[in-house]
Design a protein around this ligand. Structure first.
Ligand SMILES: Cc1cc2nc3c(=O)[nH]c(=O)nc-3n(C[C@H](O)[C@H](O)[C@H](O)COP(=O)(O)OP(=O)(O)OC[C@H]3O[C@@H](n4cnc5c(N)ncnc54)[C@H](O)[C@@H]3O)c2cc1C
Length: 726
């Protein structure tokens, strides 16, 4: 009807903008209308997503991440790329995945499924480019017949610690020669100065993951991993190849710029020496170099919506289907020399002065299954239970509604393609979109290699930050006096992981309330997270720290957020047992608890549980707002005069406007205004009943203590008169 009234072009252009207000007020209706629209037009005009001033993008991150809005079609677009290409049709926003998905990985190595015959897959793109070979077994058979000698090949494990769906390993197996499996550890190369790429927790994970992998290789293939600790991977690879007479090196690529440069050098050196270097792509769904913004433009860069549009428009190859386990991995006649896994000192614990070991890893080791099978168990558990709640309740701290596979993805113990294959039929676009976020972070890190340390909005370098070491320590140790923040920071320390919502809560607290620099948060997370990932972590902290391309549109309030993600306080009680006895009404804000109840619960604020490190939350937030406004005032050359958005220099030197929080823009023009209509503090779930109960308890407590005081006073007076009478 609207088309007949308004005309095809106008409806196509304006309809989405006109219904935009429904995103927050009535998301269900918005989705219905969006689907009707998308069905009718097949693909919305890209401007609808890329206008930096419109709500579409501005709300995109907030709404998509917190489950108000689904954007089914956009999320599916990512996963559908290969399917649509195999159907030889252009990817559509509205196609819904109908294809049945395998229920289980096939664990038998001679299965027909996922053999590479049918695979036309982008994961092996580099092989085709570099060597003119493809992953078809027909071709590899030809290669075998063309008189290959029995010289071994070297397979170098990096962040692909798996046997299933491992394209480089599969190729090594198909070469029908001995395969020397190697893991090299070079701390200086893995962890260049200032990046904290290899923090304590990730190294611990790496140690255990390698241990599991080695065992699986031994059980399944009667082969083993050669370990070497080195200052230079290039030197070590060259010497291994010389020692063993190997004819080729096989690797799956990694994409941190500092590691990619190293690998490029190693490969060109090998090629110079006539050794084949076969590189495969499997760490991400989209190789950063294959995603181009050429036809989309850079407006909206940094948002996942923009990125997905770039993926859609780029000439990327299909993602393809997972590969089976390699059928064999023949061991060499003689193994080259190897250190032991322990010699790499990945899980070395510090010692006290008296020589005793500080085993900070013990609780982490108890919690996790570090092997490839652990990844599959977590994914299967999620797909059978959590996924149903993921869209609306992934924020819950007291229930596991997310997948908890991030460390496995980080170390490549499960491939993103395998996750996509298993999850695509569950129709959880929000979950699929997370895989796009992951790819986005590597794309950004490739474009901005300084992401972990330098503000992408360059003028934010001048932002004032607090330097209070006491506050930082309290945050790191989970002793801020705000129970939700403390619980999350303690879980992080003891388990090496917290969910996404809690990461937002503690990041907001550090940045917007304690006003400590986001780099402090990045560094602490890099050291304590088992999934610490330079690209993702830097992108998220930049965004939270205001200087990222996709500035967060919200600030999490440490109490209101608690009412949303831990309504009954079960999570806080688990991690802050010293206040577990508090009634629900006070569990997230003990400072509001009447003294008599605190006494009854055996709690002494400031002694058994810390006092709040700051009590004037609103004042701290206001100061943080002013800090940003001052930066924007100081650098008018980086503020777009027309829209008020920040301008960011792109790697090629051009400036592009990026979405900027409305409260910053408002405050710039209304510095004295008391109320900001665009305040970004998320109110979360607020219960008037709870507030009333707290007020009532305090009033009653006040009355009771006042009456108590007056009784005691009367008693004292009585006694005094009795003494006088005596
Ligand atoms: C301040 C901050 C720092 C973060 N640092 C990291 C980090 O170092 N490493 C890391 O893996 N994730 C990081 N994240 C993203 C996210 O919190 C975790 O990936 C997620 O909590 C892992 O739990 P899960 O596997 O249950 O995730 P799910 O929600 O089940 O998502 C599945 C997978 O998608 C990917 N993913 C999810 N959210 C994001 C995201 N926002 N950006 C990119 N990829 C995502 C992860 O690989 C994750 O395992 C950070 C988030 C914030 C707010």
């Amino acid at each position: 009807m609207i088309v007949s009234l308004d005309g095809y072009d106008s409806t196509r252009q304006h309809f989405l903008k006109n219904i935009d207000f429904l995103r927050l007020t009535n998301p269900k209706k918005y989705n219905e209308l969006f689907t009707v629209f998308a069905n009718y037009f097949e693909k919305p005009p890209s401007g609808a997503f890329l206008d930096p001033i419109g709500c579409s993008v501005e709300n995109g991150y907030l709404t998509s991440d917190f489950g108000y809005e689904l954007e089914v079609e956009l999320a599916s677009a990512l996963s559908l790329q290969d399917q649509n290409e195999s159907l030889n049709s252009k990817a559509s926003y509205v196609s819904v995945v109908q294809e049945p998905v395998s229920k289980q990985r096939n664990t038998s190595s001679n299965s027909e499924r996922n053999q590479p015959e049918n695979v036309n897959n982008s994961f092996s793109k580099n092989v085709e480019e570099d060597n003119g070979s493809v992953t078809s077994s027909v071709k590899s058979k030809k290669r075998k017949n063309k008189g290959s000698t029995n010289r071994p090949v070297v397979y170098w494990f990096r962040r692909d610690l798996r046997l299933y769906d491992n394209p480089a390993l599969f190729e090594a197996a198909s070469m029908n020669v001995p395969v020397i499996l190697v893991f090299l550890w070079s701390e200086s190369e893995e962890d260049p100065e200032g990046v904290v790429a290899a923090g304590g927790a990730t190294k611990l994970w790496l140690h255990h993951a390698l241990n599991h992998l080695d065992k699986s290789i031994s059980d399944r293939y009667n082969n083993r991993i050669i370990y070497r600790k080195t200052q230079s991977c290039q030197r070590e690879i060259l010497s291994l190849i010389e020692e063993t007479g190997a004819k080729a090196l096989l690797i799956n690529d990694v994409y941190e710029p500092f590691l990619k440069q190293r690998d490029d050098k190693i490969c060109s050196e090998l090629q110079r020496k006539g050794i084949e270097c076969k590189r495969f792509h499997s760490y991400l769904l989209h190789e950063p170099g294959s995603v181009s913004a050429e036809s989309v433009g850079m407006r909206g860069v940094g948002s996942v919506t923009h990125f997905m549009e770039c993926c859609r428009q780029s000439d990327a190859r299909p993602i393809g289907h997972p590969l089976d386990y390699p059928p064999t991995l023949p061991k060499p006649d003689q193994f080259p020399s190897s250190s032991s896994l322990h010699d790499l000192e990945l899980a070395k614990m510090p010692r006290r002065k008296d020589g005793s070991i500080i085993d900070w890893a013990a609780p982490i080791v108890r919690q996790w299954d570090f092997g490839e099978e652990g990844a599959w168990k977590a994914l299967e558990l999620f797909l059978s239970e959590g996924v149903r709640k993921y869209e609306k309740e992934s924020c819950r701290a007291d229930h596991l509604n997310t997948c908890r596979i991030s460390p496995y993805l980080h170390f490549g113990q499960i491939s993103p393609r395998a996750v996509l294959e298993e999850a695509r039929h569950m129709k959880s676009p929000k979950f699929l979109r997370k895989l796009a976020w992951r790819d986005l972070s590597y794309w950004l890190l490739t474009l901005w290699p300084d992401l972990p340390s330098q503000p992408t909005r360059v003028h934010y370098r001048d932002q004032a930050w607090s330097r209070d070491p006491g506050h930082l320590k309290a945050w790191q140790r989970g002793r801020t006096g705000f129970p939700l923040v403390d619980a999350a920071m303690r879980q992080l320390w003891l388990e090496g992981w917290i969910n996404n919502y809690l990461r937002h809560v503690v990041a907001s607290f550090l940045i917007s309330y304690l006003r400590l620099h986001w780099v402090e948060g990045y560094r602490w997370f890099q050291d304590t997270l088992l999934d610490a990932d330079v690209a993702i972590n830097a992108m998220m902290w930049q965004n939270g720290g205001m200087s990222g391309l996709d500035q967060w549109n919200f600030v999490m309030h440490p109490v209101d957020a608690a009412l949303t993600c831990d309504p009954d306080g079960a999570y806080v009680r688990k991690w802050c047992p010293e206040i577990a006895a508090l009634p629900n009404d006070f569990i997230h804000q003990p400072w509001k608890c009447p003294p008599s109840i605190l006494r009854r619960c055996g709690i002494k604020l400031g002694e058994t549980y810390p006092n709040r490190v700051i009590s004037d939350l609103e004042g701290a937030r206001e100061q943080s707002l002013t800090d940003v406004v001052n930066v924007r005032k100081k650098h008018p050359e980086f503020v777009d005069r027309r829209t008020g958005n920040d301008l960011v220099p792109l790697p090629d030197g051009l400036c592009v406007p990026v979405i900027t929080r409305k409260e910053f823009k408002y405050k710039l023009h209304h510095p004295e205004a008391k109320d900001n209509p665009h305040t970004a503090v998320l109110r979360g779930y607020r219960s008037r009943k709870r507030d009333e109960a707290i007020a009532f308890a305090n009033e009653r407590d006040f009355m009771a203590s006042a009456m108590n005081e007056s009784v005691k006073l009367t008693e004292r007076r009585l006694k005094a008169t009795q003494y006088e009478a005596l």
